[in-house]
Each structure stands twice: as C-alpha cells, then as structure tokens.
Design a protein around this ligand. Structure first.
Ligand code: NAP
Length: 256
C-alpha cells in the first residue's frame, strides 16, 4: 500500500522508539520523511535505515522546546521536500518519578517544556505552513497518561493531558481549513522511555516487560510498530473523517 507517494512527512523525536517506527512506516508507504530529533546520532541512523530500504529521508536536529529550532525545522523540511503534508509531534520525555509533594520544580519545567510547549510550538508552525499549503494532517503523541492519572508521574500526566486539550482545540479551529489534527494515546510501549520508568520503579529488579505486561488486558506491552500503524493510518486518506479524535492504542489499558 503506497498511500503516501509524493507526500512529505515530518516526525519529531524520530531518532528512536515510536517516532523512528513511524518514520520508517511512512517511508515504506512512499513518503519522503524529514526525520528530526535532539539526538543527532539516532536521527541519522533513522535516515540511514530509510535509505537502505530504498526510501527518501533527510535529518534536521531540533529541540522542540525552542521556538527558533522548531521554525528552522519547518523551513528546512519545506526547503528539502517542497511542503509538509503530514506532521507527527512525537518528541517527549518522561522525567523523574516522585510523589506529588516532592516533584522538583525543575522536573516539572523540563517535562512541560518538551511535551506540552514543544507540541504547542510544533502545532503552531505546522498550522502556519499547512494553512498556506491548503491543508494537511497532524498527529500528536499523548499517552494513556493523558486520559488517567499515574501516581508518581504528575508532571508527565499533566503534560499529556495538555496535549489532548491542544489537539481538541486546534482540531476545532482548523478542521474547516482542511487540517485534520488528532492524538494517539499509547499504553506501555517497548522503548527506552518505558525501560527508564521500569528502572526508576524497580531499581533494575524488573525490566519493562516483566513489570508492565500484566497491567495490560492483552497480557503484554505494545511495540513501536503497533503505534506507528495507527499514526500513519490517521494521516492517511482512509482517516478522512477523523478530526479531534483521541485514540488509545493500549492493549485495553484504559478500558479497565
Ligand atoms: P524514546 O524512545 O525516548 O524516544 C523519544 C525521542 O525523542 C528520543 O530520540 C529523544 O532523544 C527525543 N527527544 C527528547 N527530547 C527532545 C526534544 N526536546 N526535542 C526533540 N527530540 C527530543 O520515547 P518513545 O517511547 O518512543 O516516546 C515517543 C512519544 O510517545 C513520547 O511523546 C512519549 O511520551 C509517548 N509515549 C510513549 C509511551 C511508551 O510506553 N514508550 C507510552 C505513551 C506515550 P533523547 O533520547 O536524546 O532524549
């Protein structure tokens, strides 16, 4: 299936994990992909993987919490591929686990800067471009932590609830302009981020699969590819009536 031939796509945080899987899947389906990450090595690796598989990709380093980086990234993507048809605002950090009353202010600021403000800045810049270009599709990465609370993760939970609010508002404001904006809410997904959370909780005694598999009604955590499949579908013409949707991809986690 080549839904994305001739289309160009931007994926932030695509030097690893879910973002990388989405970048690879878009490329498999014919898209030209602007890979972006704060981690240059990971980003270049993703580009190499796409090119080795016969796809087209370029890398631009950007810290999504900085407006100048985000604006330069959008310009670079437009310069490289002519336009941005789809964007995935995926870059995110988990931060430190601590009871609410002990959460350091610096942890709150860091998480909100990347997950919440980063999504805000990317959305603004992408919307500016897509309004001029005549439309597009955007997917934001929220989380099951954007739908329910997780003790110990209050700044992360707040940041992911914020992503859902921004998704709904931007969708309402720009649907009629032909920009479809939706969010996905993954459950536990097998990436570095989940490993970090499992390490913090168990001090290395359990890996993320041992700790998180039983918490999911499907009996396991998910793969980055399983989230990428939903992201790519939401950007595709098959999802033409999806707008402002907040879609869990969580092995039944929030159905409990
Ligand atoms: P990951 O494996 O840690 O990958 C995230 C990527 O984003 C990394 O390459 C990271 O670089 C990069 N990044 C961090 N800060 C950035 C910044 N300021 N600007 C640009 N890039 C930045 O995480 P993941 O699990 O794939 O998570 C991807 C998204 O899904 C996140 O928004 C996360 O909150 C969300 N999510 C994940 C899960 C899960 O279980 N994995 C569940 C629900 C939602 P560094 O490695 O250098 O920091």
């Amino acid at each position: 299936m080549e839904d994305f031939s001739g289309k160009s796509v931007l994926v932030t945080g695509s030097g690893a994990g879910i973002g990388r899987a989405a970048a690879l899947e878009f490329a498999r389906q014919g898209a030209k992909v602007m890979v972006s990450d704060i981690d240059e090595k990971g980003g270049e690796e993703t580009v190499a993987m796409i090119r080795e598989a016969g796809g087209q990709a370029a890398f631009r380093k950007a810290d999504v919490s900085k407006a100048e980086d985000v604006n330069a990234l959008i310009s670079a993507a437009v310069e490289e591929f002519g336009r941005i048809d789809c964007a995935v605002n995926n870059a995110g950090i988990e931060g430190k686990i601590a009871p609410f009353e002990d959460q350091p202010e610096v942890n709150y600021d860091a998480i909100m800067a990347v997950n919440s403000k980063g999504t805000f800045l990317c959305l603004q810049a992408e919307i500016h471009h897509m309004l001029q270009a005549g439309g597009g599709a955007i997917v934001n990465l929220s989380s099951v932590a954007g739908l329910i609370g997780f003790p110990g993760l209050s700044p992360y939970v707040a940041s992911k609830h914020a992503v859902i609010g921004m998704t709904k508002n931007a969708a309402l404001e720009y649907g009629k302009a032909g920009i479809r904006i939706n969010a996905v809410c993954p459950g536990g997904i097998d990436t570095r981020m989940l490993d970090s959370l499992a390490d913090q909780v168990s001090a290395g005694a359990q890996n993320s699969s041992q700790m998180m598999d039983p918490l999911h009604p499907l009996g396991r955590i998910g793969t980055p590819q399983e989230v990428a499949n939903l992201i790519v579908w939401l950007c595709s013409p098959q999802a033409s009536f999806m707008l402002g949707a907040i879609v869990p991809v969580d092995g039944g986690f929030v159905a409990q």
